[in-house]
Design a protein around this ligand. Structure first.
Ligand SMILES: O=C(O)CCC(=O)C(=O)O
Ligand SMILES: [Fe+2]
Length: 310
């Protein structure tokens, strides 16, 4: 990021820019988490109790919540969620019927069935297309955001009343994309600094097989950054596959595969990336929870700012 970009971010979102600086340091992150925990010392247990009271409405009845949170804490990633078929169907139906936006650009709207036309209009392959305003436009997304089990996990993991900071639903397509596009859209290994403590739920809405557009993450790397260069502990950058494969044991580099509906949670301070699909597109829904909302991770756009390509 150039100095000019840093300055622009600082002016637009000063708290976010400060967090992006201070959040690189583990002891600073721990301090903020501790302060927040004290501040919410009374309301967090009340929040957890309210989730427990509503638990019979959850879509995830058979998951051991405490072990899930423990796994997320120690490994940075926890598996075992599965969406009921009717909820997956509703999400996929929403994706089929609503416009998505190539490269997350609000001017590049198209319907999934018009992908080829959209590529002709843009004169480039579309690696990724994202939906906007999913919470307000899709009841199934809202149902998941408010699910008591997911909310309980968020509160227990963040040790605080959690803040939901955004849903993101997007396609990745099997195309020959440029390195620049792959880097910008998270297809190279990286770590996220989205808050002092945060995590994301991921739900696959298409089957994701080995070698396809899977999410790949390095277990427990949230506490073990890849220190390959002098400043890697603090500078957040993209890493090559070779760098990551050389630094971590191969058993810890996990390619997450699963059928449509498969869900997991990850603190994406862990090293991770999305694989560029080879033959089959991937549809993913992500829900992000953190301590603070800097209003940079949600998919909310003014309707008047959204435009179709044709
Ligand atoms: O597409 C993916 O699996 C990676 C997405 C990613 O980097 C993120 O959600 O932080
Ligand atoms: Fe990421």
């Amino acid at each position: 990021m150039s100095l000019l970009n840093v300055w622009k971010t600082f002016k637009a979102h000063p708290k976010y820019a400060l967090m992006r600086g201070a959040g690189r340091f583990g002891y600073f992150r721990d301090l903020v988490v501790f302060g927040r925990r004290l501040r919410y010392a009374k309301s967090t247990p009340a929040f957890l109790a309210e989730c427990e009271r509503r638990m019979d409405q959850s879509l995830f009845q058979d998951i051991n919540l405490q072990s899930f949170v423990n796994e997320l804490q120690t490994k940075g990633v926890a598996f075992g969620l599965l969406l009921p078929g009717d909820i997956s169907e509703k999400l996929i139906d929403f994706a089929r019927k609503s416009p998505c936006y190539a490269y997350r650009n609000a001017d590049y709207g198209f319907h999934m069935h018009d992908r080829e036309l959209a590529e002709s209009a843009l004169q480039k392959p579309i690696l990724l297309a994202q939906y906007f305003n999913t919470v307000s436009n899709c009841a199934a997304v809202r149902r998941l955001v408010n699910d008591p089990a997911l909310q309980w996990i968020a509160a227990a993991y963040l040790q605080s009343v959690p803040t939901f900071v955004g849903a993101n639903m997007w396609w990745t397509f099997p195309v020959q994309a440029s390195e620049k596009d792959r880097s910008e859209h998270a297809h190279l290994f990286h770590r996220d600094v989205d808050d002092y403590k945060f995590f994301k739920f991921f739900f696959y809405l298409t089957d994701v097989n080995a070698g396809e557009g899977a999410h790949v993450c390095v277990v427990a790397s949230h506490e073990n950054p890849p220190t390959l260069r002098a400043h890697d502990r603090w500078i957040f950058r993209r890493y090559s596959d070779n760098e990551i494969e050389g630094f971590y044991e191969s058993k810890d580099i996990i390619e997450v595969c699963g059928r449509a509906g498969t869900g997991f949670a990850e603190n994406t301070l862990c090293v991770h990336k999305g694989r560029t699909p080879v033959a089959k597109e991937r549809l993913l829904l992500q829900l992000q929870f953190s301590l603070f909302d800097y209003e940079v991770t949600n998919d909310i756009r003014e309707q008047t700012d959204l435009h179709m390509l044709f």
